[in-house]
Design a protein around this ligand. Structure first.
Ligand SMILES: C[S@@+](CC[C@H](N)C(=O)[O-])C[C@H]1O[C@@H](n2cnc3c(N)ncnc32)[C@H](O)[C@@H]1O
Length: 239
């Protein structure tokens, strides 16, 4: 597909941060994308500029972010359909086949999917990049009939992020939280061992803090120990 052309406007490439570049690389060629929480709109705009997507919607709950996306679209001469609404409230199921939600907490991502039950049907690829509460997001996905097909580890400076490629239409799985610290898809990802080493160090610190402070209740302490053991087992299998 040829990049969209716009007379009289410089069609410069949009530079993405490594995290957003990782998201962009996972969007299938020719996709009809809905990017939720689009903010500056850089993810859909770069994909439109590169001719990678057939169409793109940028949706955001905030007027300021959408105005920013509109300015960026105009500057680059790209037609991005902008929607002011929470989550997917202003996106119809037939308008997209790929939904991206990046840069938000795992709980917010789960709430956005819950409010749009059509995402559970299995016909949409969901690219989810949680900043926090990753275990909780995996648990929510599994318990609501979404499969995690792939996980991608990406680095930005010293930080590492995971992107979950998920799809509805899967059997419901109730998984205890410690076992949501990774999925089998994460173990197949490039960089998984390094990601898990960082995770293990963080969870060991949290466990040591709980043991020192003696404030956590017994259930919470047992859960944290199980979490640490679960990640240790994964690392043993990986290396
Ligand atoms: C930190 S920015 C992330 C921007 C971009 N997606 C990225 O990953 O760089 C979060 C954006 O999500 C928007 N947002 C937060 N909660 C939202 C919701 N429930 N529905 C839609 N947009 C939301 C905010 O207004 C903000 O523009």
């Amino acid at each position: 597909m040829l990049p969209a052309l716009f007379l009289g406007v410089a069609m410069e490439r949009m530079i993405l941060t490594p995290r957003l570049a990782c998201m962009a690389a996972l969007v299938p060629q020719g996709a009809r994308l809905a990017d939720v929480g689009t903010d500056h709109g850089k993810l859909p705009l770069s994909l439109l500029l590169e001719g990678r997507v057939a169409s793109a919607i940028g949706s955001d709950i905030g007027e300021g972010p959408l105005a920013h996306a509109a300015r960026n679209a105009q500057e680059h001469g790209v037609s991005l359909s902008l929607r002011l609404a929470p989550g997917l409230d202003a996106v119809r199921t037939e308008e997209c086949d790929t939904v991206s939600i990046a840069g938000m907490g795992g709980q917010t991502i789960a709430e956005i999917l819950q409010a749009a039950p059509w995402t559970a049907g299995g016909s949409h690829l969901l690219l989810l990049q949680p900043m926090t509460m990753v275990y909780e997001l995996r648990r929510w996905l599994w318990s609501h009939g979404y499969a995690i097909e792939r996980e991608t580890v990406c680095r930005e400076g010293r930080r590492q992020y995971v992107i979950l490629s998920a799809r509805g239409g899967a059997p419901i799985k109730e998984v205890p939280l410690p076992q949501c610290s990774y999925s089998s898809a994460l173990l197949r990802a490039q960089g998984a061992a390094d990601y898990l080493r960082h995770l293990l160090a963080r969870e060991r610190r949290a466990l040591a803090g709980m043991e020192r402070a003696r404030t956590a209740d017994d259930d919470r302490l047992l859960e944290q120990r199980a979490l640490v053991e679960h990640i240790e087992q994964a690392l043993e299998e990986l290396v």
